[in-house]
Ligand binder design. Structure first.
Ligand code: ADP
Ligand code: MG
Length: 253
């Protein structure tokens, strides 16, 4: 990936918490079909950057554009229907609901019936459509055999896949994944990498925050590296891996 049009663009993002500049002038762009990784040591400002892009927190300065539209400062529930879905470092699930229902709730972004109406089954036709969409998304991530299990019964790795299925079911084409590899075993990480690569080939654009170098190096088309709130390097995995600033940041030299 990496040759398509720019689908997500952040320019000059800045956010201070009190006297601490958590994100200081960060710019990045994501192209259609591309897997872009945002990496950096703990406290570098990755999650804050993510939260500025998804609208979870408003920036002090800077701009974000999604599919050509300015989305700076919009709240997540306004950004989501425009085509951007995210997953969380710690999955946000309804533990008592089934895997299928959890994914079906992701479709509320594009149904006319609201979230609660789908949940309560008030719109039978919308509900049937949401469940069919959810089932397709579950098949896409290989969880369809667990559709009727309670979400809380899934191990951590599969809860992450459930979140990805929910993002797919929402109809979004831009996916932001916060530490999707955390807590996965080596085999699960390989499967995750395989899934994300095939989604990118289909035209999904994926921004991943992770500090798992092994996962990122085999997966990302491009990498943006942050340290102390600033972008310190950008390039292919190979390029950033041998960058002296990046090595210093990671090794604490
Ligand atoms: P990363 O995800 O790269 O580990 P974060 O974006 O979470 O980094 O944090 C960047 C810096 O901002 C850290 O020093 C962190 O302690 C601080 N920070 C993050 N969120 C808040 C907040 N809500 N209030 C105060 N400080 C915060
Ligand atoms: Mg973080």
């Amino acid at each position: 990936g990496g040759e398509g049009q720019v689908v997500l663009e952040a320019q000059g993002l800045r956010k201070a918490f009190g006297g601490l500049l958590a994100v200081n002038g960060v710019s990045l762009s994501l192209r259609r079909g591309e897997i872009l990784a945002l990496i950096g040591p703990n406290g570098a400002g990755k999650s804050t950057t993510f939260n500025l892009i998804t609208g979870a927190i408003p920036p002090d300065a800077g701009e974000v554009r999604l599919l050509g539209r300015p989305i700076t400062g919009l709240p997540p529930h306004r950004i989501h229907p425009l085509g951007l879905a995210r997953t969380f470092q710690h999955p946000h699930l309804f533990p008592e609901l089934s895997v299928l229902e959890n994914v079906a709730l992701g479709t509320y972004a594009r149904t006319r019936a609201g979230f609660l109406q789908v949940l309560l089954g008030l719109h039978r036709k919308e509900e049937a459509r949401a469940l069919a969409t959810a089932y397709r998304a579950l098949k896409r991530v290989g969880l369809e055999s667990l559709a009727l299990e309670k979400a809380e019964r899934l191990p951590a790795g599969q809860q992450r896949l459930l979140e990805i299925a929910r993002a797919l079911a929402s109809g979004a084409s831009v996916l932001l994944l916060d530490e999707p590899g955390a807590g996965l075993r080596a085999g699960e990480k390989r499967e995750l990498a395989h899934l994300l690569k095939s989604l990118a080939r289909e035209g999904y654009s994926i921004l991943i925050v992770d500090h798992d170098m092994d996962l990122i190096m085999g997966l990302a088309d491009r990498v943006v590296v942050m340290n102390y709130g600033e972008k310190i390097a950008e390039g292919t995995p190979k390029e950033v891996q041998k960058d002296p600033l990046v090595r210093a940041a990671y090794l604490g030299e």
